[in-house]
Ligand binder design. Structure first.
Ligand code: C2O
Ligand code: CU
Ligand code: CU
Length: 501
């Protein structure tokens, strides 16, 4: 490391003397000292407050006549982030990968090529499809250089909404998602939602080192769950969104961050939530903010009022791991994700001209259902080595993940009630593949609306009660903490849903 020069110290402003500088390709990469033993990382402040680029949309691949056939190439590549070159990972060279737009009843064929240095595979998060064979099978392993042909068949009554895809090879999930491997899946509405325009916002975070390549996570970061220095929307830093007053937009937002919770606000604008994950409210709900744990999605209607508004992720305390003197460092500061400028459209604003939002199909309600089985899942974090296995001690019911073991056997077609008990000092967002969960009770209080999610946050030292209808498919799959570092460290179990009879 060269000592910082006076001139760069001035350039860096807010970073002050803490930074060091490496020149490369005419770019200044500023670094925060002492952050990781693997090299310095680039602070967000080094990118300036504003990028101002208009928000892009990922490439869209749409099904036709009931079929979508795509090739996804998972590989390292170069992208531009905030006007700088960054060496990341991506599907088909993009970060995020292409948006797959499909319909209920479609057949989706994906050829995944592994151009990475480690094994990988593909998970269609939230889709209600078979977990077996070449469908959404988390046990598939694709070696570097190999390809695999997936085929996903969406049932004719598949719920419309926003889903996403990402790798799921145990042990490297956090690193591959952090590196840039994710993309959105839209299952189109049978009845279109009348809006002026629709946008997909894939929110992710990553950390780059001084050379512009991906920073490796420290042990502490893997314990706590890594959070990137840079928070991106569709791969962009603080992009600009231009709207005219009176317009109604539909924002489909994915939290693709490995560990970061997104408590989203867009003050001064009217926000109505159409749904979360695959769940839809009968009528859109007025909200001031939306909390998305890693893996969650929001389907949000924004009706624009003249002015400038920041889409912000405000601080959320997800607890600490009791290590490192309790310094959690979880989502500690506020981040501006995008800057929204609403120009006065005079009387030209069209929200009044838009048809009202049609009533959405009433979601099923399992509160009155007959429960076949009740189970408890206890989430714990211990010190590394204490479990005797040399792992980090991220367990569900005292056990770390073992792909060769079945932890939970369920009868197909049954309704179960699960008590999710978090015995640790950090939040854990529980995710179950294939079957969404209805939230029944949180911290002993009944939930008074019908709320379906496929990632459910279980706050530190708290209990959440959910019900699940194991219908439609049978087979083996997983449930896990969607802080992907926790999943990689063992907080995952195998569930086998057996045919009835
Ligand atoms: Cu989004 Cu099993 O994960
Ligand atoms: Cu999933
Ligand atoms: Cu966790």
């Amino acid at each position: 490391m060269k000592p910082i020069s006076r001139r760069t110290a001035v350039t860096l402003g807010g970073l002050g003397l803490a930074g060091t500088v490496v020149g490369g390709a005419g770019l200044l990469w500023t670094a925060q000292p002492g952050r990781t033993p693997f090299g310095d990382t680039v602070a967000r402040s080094a990118f300036g407050a504003k990028s101002g680029e208009p928000l892009r949309q990922p490439t869209e691949l749409k099904s036709r006549d009931g079929v979508l056939e795509v090739t996804l190439d998972a590989a390292p590549g170069q992208v531009r982030i905030g006007g700088r070159n960054a060496a990341t990972l991506g599907y088909n060279g993009g970060l995020p990968g292409p948006t797959l737009r499909v319909r209920a009843g479609d057949r989706v064929a994906v050829t995944l090529h592994n151009g990475l240095a480690d094994p990988t595979n593909l998970h269609t998060h939230g889709l209600h499809v078979s977990p077996e064979g070449k469908s959404d099978n988390p046990f598939v392993m694709i070696e570097p250089g190999d390809s695999f042909d997936y085929e996903f068949r969406l049932p004719a009554d598949h719920p419309p909404g926003l889903y996403w895809y990402h790798p799921h090879h145990h042990g490297v999930v956090a690193a591959q998602v952090f590196g840039g491997l994710y993309g959105a899946i839209v299952v189109e509405d049978p009845l279109p939602i009348p809006v002026t325009r629709e946008r997909v916002l894939v929110v992710s975070d990553l950390t780059l080192n001084a050379e512009g390549s991906l920073a490796r996570a420290t042990v502490a970061e893997r314990m706590h769950g890594r959070e990137g220095e840079l928070v991106l929307v569709n791969g962009q830093l603080n992009p600009a969104v231009d709207i005219r007053s009176g317009e109604r937009e539909r924002w489909r937002i994915v939290n693709a961050c490995v560990s970061r919770y997104l408590r989203l606000r867009l003050d001064g604008q009217e926000l109505r939530l159409l749904g979360l994950d695959s769940g839809r409210f009968g009528k859109p709900k007025k909200v001031d903010e939306v909390l998305l744990a890693p893996g969650n999605r929001a389907d949000l209607l924004v009706t624009a009022t003249e002015g400038v508004a920041a889409l912000r992720a405000v601080p959320y305390d997800r607890g600490d791991d009791g290590m490192m003197g309790g310094s959690g460092g979880s989502s500690p500061s506020e981040v501006t994700l995008a800057t929204v400028t609403v120009a006065d459209a005079g009387s030209g604003g069209n929200a009044n001209a838009l048809a009202p939002i049609p009533r959405q199909a009433t979601p099923p309600d399992l509160r009155g259902a007959t429960v076949t089985a009740r189970r408890e899942f206890v989430f714990e974090m211990g010190m590394g080595g204490m479990m005797g296995g040399g792992g980090m001690g991220f367990t569900i019911n005292g056990r770390e993940f073992d792909g060769a073991r079945v932890d939970t056997t369920v009868q197909g077609g049954s309704v179960e009630e699960w008590t999710l008990t978090n015995a640790s000092r950090m939040d854990h967002p529980l995710h179950l593949h294939v079957w969404p969960m209805q939230v029944i009770e949180r911290a002993g209080r009944a939930v008074d609306s019908v709320l379906w999610q496929d990632v459910i946050n279980v706050p530190a030292r708290s209990v959440v009660l959910v019900r699940i209808a194991f219908t439609g498919f049978t087979g083996k799959t997983v449930y896990h903490c969607h802080i992907l570092d926790h999943e990689d460290n063992g907080m995952m179990g195998v569930i086998d849903v057996r045919p009835a009879g």
